[in-house]
Ligand binder design. Structure first.
Ligand code: ADP
Ligand code: MG
Length: 243
């Protein structure tokens, strides 16, 4: 198995606030890692370091073979390999679903317009809404918008997909359709790092669960062990509150 993400003794401060503390974490190609933890524990920050939306202060982070924070690293090239899906979709409101998806492939990957369109339609098909190609974000439900956002990420053919609470802004009846798409991706072997509060998804789809609190990884285990036999007292408390 090939390592694709590797945190070694990573630390980050926001001013004098120590948000990530001595993070050691290795993720293999094709692995699905779910990050759990209370609000403010540093989950988003950890995820955003992977594509350098945040910079680390100390330690080493290697993604897809390159040191993320090395001055010589071509960050745009690295980001092409990393798709990211946010809680609030972040679609361009004045572009159709199709245009949202073709934008990066034409601008960044320099794909021909027709080719990008064909690709976008394939991904809209994949996320189950090919008929929405011409719709604008405000004509789509939250679940549909999030599926467009996933298709947009996939259209860059990334090696890694990052998800930061992708269903937290959705009405309950739309959560399932987004999780279904993510489940399919996981089955197809996509490397995924997912911050979520969906425990059913975590239990069923994750290869590994990481539990964070106050900037530290307190526990890392397979779902079975994590949910049925957690070792850390803080993990037990967290699980007792949510399960
Ligand atoms: P989580 O995703 O687990 O809720 P975050 O990674 O978003 O946690 O945030 C961790 C902590 O860092 C929080 O206390 C948050 O207020 C703080 N924080 C996040 N972003 C910034 C920032 N840009 N500047 C200062 N503090 C921040
Ligand atoms: Mg967060």
């Amino acid at each position: 198995m090939v390592k694709i993400i590797s945190f070694s003794k990573v630390n980050k401060w926001y001013g004098n606030f120590h948000v990530l503390q001595e993070i050691d974490l290795e993720i293999k190609q094709g692995e699905v890692v779910v990050i759990l933890g209370p609000s403010g524990s540093g989950k988003s920050t950890l995820l955003r370091c992977i594509n350098r939306l945040e910079t680390i202060t100390k330690g080493e982070l290697v993604v897809n073979g390159v040191k993320v924070n090395d001055r010589k690293t071509n960050i745009n090239q690295l980001r092409q390999e990393i798709g990211m899906v946010f809680q609030h979709f972040n679609l361009y409101p004045h572009k159709t679903a199709l245009e949202n998806i073709t934008l990066a492939p034409t601008k960044v990957r320099k794909l021909e317009r027709e080719q990008a369109k064909k690709l976008a339609l394939e991904y809209l098909e994949k996320v189950g809404i090919p008929e929405k190609a011409g719709s604008y974000p405000n004509q789509l439900s939250g679940g549909q918008q999030q599926r467009v956002a996933i298709a947009r990420g996939l259209a860059m053919k990334p090696q890694i997909m990052l998800f930061d609470e992708p269903t937290s802004a959705l009405d309950p009846e739309m959560i399932g359709e987004v999780l279904d798409v993510m489940r399919t991706l996981a089955k197809e072997g996509m490397t995924m790092v997912v911050v979520t509060h969906e425990m059913g998804f975590a239990r069923e789809v994750a290869d590994r669960i990481i539990f964070m609190d106050e900037g530290k990884i307190l526990e890392a285990a397979e779902p079975d062990v994590f949910f049925n036999n957690p070792k850390n007292e803080r993990t037990k408390l967290f699980l007792s509150r949510i399960l």
